[in-house]
Design a protein around this ligand. Structure first.
Ligand SMILES: [Zn+2]
Ligand SMILES: [Zn+2]
Length: 350
């Protein structure tokens, strides 16, 4: 086997990244080595690439970043029991310690000692990567590599929707990125009665509509959309899925949420902001749910059923499939608005 591999490395604490030749990693005893088949670009990777305040506070260069992937297992560590050479896996990206309170009470995804692949340790934007056995999810060999790679963010949307009890409800999905688009499809499949989608980019709003939103609202273009939703729903939607997280989005979300409604928060704000707790939560009697990661592994079993039985087709969300050698070009596309993008997949020569 070749000893070197191509990998996208964040070399220094500054914007950008480099595609370089580096050593193929050796798996620890509880890890497997995969030959990456496909990987995809996530919002987190954009933060790391552009080197914003969050990245500067969390990432320790030099490191290989990226976390969404699928690949074939080509080597297993000495204590690996249930994954074998030849298995086709995707990675759960939250690496739990398995010993803390959260791990022992069914919340491994919120482990007190959580390590995130491609954030706190080397990731998968490379030809080969090591993955802990606990994080390996075995795929059926027939699953296309593009779909196998996006199961992790698809799982964020599954977890968000499943916690929010959307069946027969009028809901709003705030945000128009890939996970918001997945959520539109999953909420529809889970029986949401009516879906408003609030976003900013016509290209992405169209994808959300294709996935299942009945109404697209471009918050830059439409006036009085809050009042329109409140009027049409007689007081506000039953459930808001916040896939954006910034202040204007959160203010929108609570403004259109009816009293005693459910607000599910997944999106992340770039920085803390002022928030009207009294009016938004207390006087509304609002139910608040926070979502981080995916339930390990309940969410994965749910997303497998959703995909296997074709309840949702995630393909409209995949806007670009490019070869991994064009990684820098793909990253530049993802962080600029010159070319509209949704989910970008990078594939290795098969
Ligand atoms: Zn991600
Ligand atoms: Zn733990």
């Amino acid at each position: 086997m070749a000893k070197k591999m191509l990998a996208a490395i964040k070399k220094e604490a500054t914007a950008g990244a480099e595609l370089v030749e580096t050593d193929i990693p050796t798996p620890n005893s509880d890890e497997v080595l995969i030959k990456v088949k496909a990987c995809s670009i996530c919002g987190t990777d954009k933060h790391i690439y552009t080197w914003d305040a969050w990245a500067a506070s969390r990432i320790k260069p030099p490191m290989i970043f990226g976390h969404e992937c699928c690949g074939e297992v080509i080597e297993v560590g000495a204590s690996v029991k249930n994954i074998a050479v030849g298995d086709y896996i995707s990675a759960e990206t939250h690496i739990p310690c398995r010993h803390c309170y959260q791990c022992k009470t069914g919340n491994m995804h919120l482990c007190n000692n959580l390590v995130i692949l491609g954030v706190d340790r080397d990731g998968i934007f490379a030809e080969y990567a090591t993955i802990p056995e606990i994080c390996c999810w075995k795929n059926d060999k027939s699953m296309p590599i593009e779909i196998a790679s996006i199961q992790e963010p698809f799982g964020n949307a599954v977890y968000t929707v499943m916690e929010s009890n959307v069946s027969a409800k009028r809901i709003a999905i705030v945000g128009d990125g890939p996970i918001a688009a997945f959520a539109c499809g999953i909420a529809k499949a889970m029986g949401a009665a009516y879906i408003y989608n609030l976003g900013m980019m016509p290209f992405n709003l169209d994808i959300c509509k294709k996935m299942g939103a009945q109404v697209s609202i471009n918050v830059f273009k439409e006036k009085d959309y809050r009042q329109r939703i409140i009027d049409e729903t007689n007081g506000g939607v039953d459930v808001v899925l916040d896939m954006a997280g910034n202040k204007p989005a959160v203010d929108d979300g609570f403004a259109i949420l009816r009293s005693t409604g459910t607000y599910t928060s997944f999106g992340l704000a770039p920085a803390p902001f002022e928030f009207d707790m009294a009016n938004n939560i207390v006087f509304k009697g609002a139910n608040i749910i926070g979502i981080n990661g995916r339930k390990m592994f309940e969410t994965w079993y749910q997303l497998k059923n959703i995909l296997d039985y074709k309840l949702v087709d995630p393909n409209p969300v995949i806007s670009h499939v490019m070869p991994f050698k064009d990684f820098i070009k793909a990253m530049e596309m993802a962080v600029s608005n010159d070319v509209p993008t949704s989910k970008i997949i990078l594939t290795m020569p098969q």
